[in-house]
Ligand binder design. Structure first.
Ligand code: BJW
Length: 228
C-alpha cells in the first residue's frame, strides 16, 4: 500500500457474522417469517410497533452477548497504526468495531445502543428493552424508538462520508451484499474518482463487477491477511 494515504472502509453484516450475529440476506435471514425490508421501515413501526420493537429488543440483547472477531481486531490495529486519514463507515448497528478498539468509526445506519425520542429529538444511550414504552430520559415522553436508519430514511453523516470518499486513495468494502443504497453506490463513486477499490467478501456481491479486485473468503481470514 505504498502509494496509499487515505482509506475509506465500508463494512456490512458479513464482518460481524463470525461473531455470531446473523446477516440480513441469505441463509437464515428471516425473522419470524418477516424480511428485513418489511420490519425495518417507518411504515412497519406505525402499523405494528410491538412487532418492530420486539425485533429490535431481541437483536439489542443478542448483540451485547457477542464479542468482536479477528476482522474487527485487524481493522482496529489498522486504525491505530495508519498515519493517514482512515474512516470505517459501518452499516452495522452493533458496536463490535469500537469494542475491538477502533476509533475512527461512523455508523451510517445508526446504533442499537441508542434510543431516539421522536418527541424531543434527544438521543440517549439505551441497552435495555423498548417494548414497555419507557419514558424518554430527556423529556419524559413515551416516544422512544431505536436510533437506527430504516428504509426510506436518510442515512447518517452522508456529507462526511462523501467528503472522505473524495479524499480517499483506496476504498475497501468488507462483508456487504451491495443490496442497499446509498452504501451500495459508494464503489461507483470511488471508481468515478479514480480511487483504487478492493472487495473482501464471502461470496461475490451485487457490486463485485465494480471493484478493481475481489477477494473471496471469511472476513476473519481475509481482513487480517490484508491488514498485516
Ligand atoms: C460475509 C461473511 C463472512 C457473510 N465474511 N463476508 C437506489 C438508489 C438509492 C436508494 C434506493 C435505490 N433503490 C432503493 C432505494 C432505497 C433503499 C434501498 O436501498 N432499497 C433496496 C432494497 C434496493 N435505501 C434506503 O431507503 C436508504 N435511504 C435512502 O436511500 O435515503 C435516500 C438517499 C439517497 C441517496 C443518498 C442518500 C440518501 C436507507 C437504508 C437503510 C437500511 N437499513 C437497514 C436496517 C438498519 C437497522 C437494523 O440493523 O435493523 O440496514 S436494512 C439492512 O441492510 C441493514 C444493513 O446495514 C443493510 C445492508 O446489509 P448488509 O450489511 O449488506 O448485509 P447482507 O445480509 O445483505 O449481506 C451480508 C454480506 O456478508 C453478504 O454479501 C455475505 O456474502 C457476506 N458474508 N458471512 C465475509 N464470514
Amino acid at each position: 500500500m505504498a502509494d496509499i494515504r487515505n482509506i475509506v472502509i465500508l463494512t456490512g453484516a458479513g464482518v460481524s457474522a463470525e461473531s455470531g450475529i446473523d446477516t440480513f440476506r441469505g441463509g437464515g435471514g428471516l425473522w419470524e417469517k418477516h424480511r428485513v425490508e418489511d420490519v425495518a421501515t417507518p411504515e412497519a413501526f406505525a402499523r405494528d410497533p410491538d412487532l418492530v420493537l420486539r425485533f429490535y429488543d431481541m437483536r439489542r440483547a443478542a448483540i451485547q452477548e457477542k464479542e468482536p472477531n479477528r476482522a474487527h481486531a485487524a481493522l482496529a490495529r489498522l486504525d491505530a497504526e495508519w498515519p493517514g486519514d482512515l474512516l470505517i463507515v459501518t452499516q452495522n448497528v452493533d458496536d463490535l468495531h469500537e469494542r475491538a478498539g477502533a476509533r475512527r468509526v461512523l455508523h451510517m445506519h445508526g446504533t442499537h445502543l441508542n434510543a431516539w425520542c421522536t418527541a424531543c429529538d434527544a438521543r440517549s444511550r439505551w441497552t435495555g428493552p423498548l417494548i414497555d414504552r419507557p419514558p424518554c430520559p430527556a423529556c419524559g415522553a413515551r416516544a422512544l424508538r431505536p436510533d437506527v436508519v430504516w428504509f426510506g430514511e436518510m442515512p447518517y453523516e452522508m456529507e462526511r462520508i462523501y467528503g472522505a470518499l473524495q479524499a480517499a486513495d483506496l476504498f475497501v468494502s468488507i462483508g456487504t451484499s451491495g443490496a442497499v443504497y446509498p452504501a451500495a453506490g459508494f464503489v461507483r463513486e470511488a471508481r468515478e474518482l479514480g480511487t483504487q477499490t478492493l472487495e473482501l467478501n464471502l461470496e461475490r456481491s451485487q457490486g463485485s463487477a465494480w471493484f478493481d479486485e475481489t477477494r473471496l473468503g471469511p472476513a476473519g481470514e481475509l481482513v487480517p491477511a490484508w491488514v498485516d
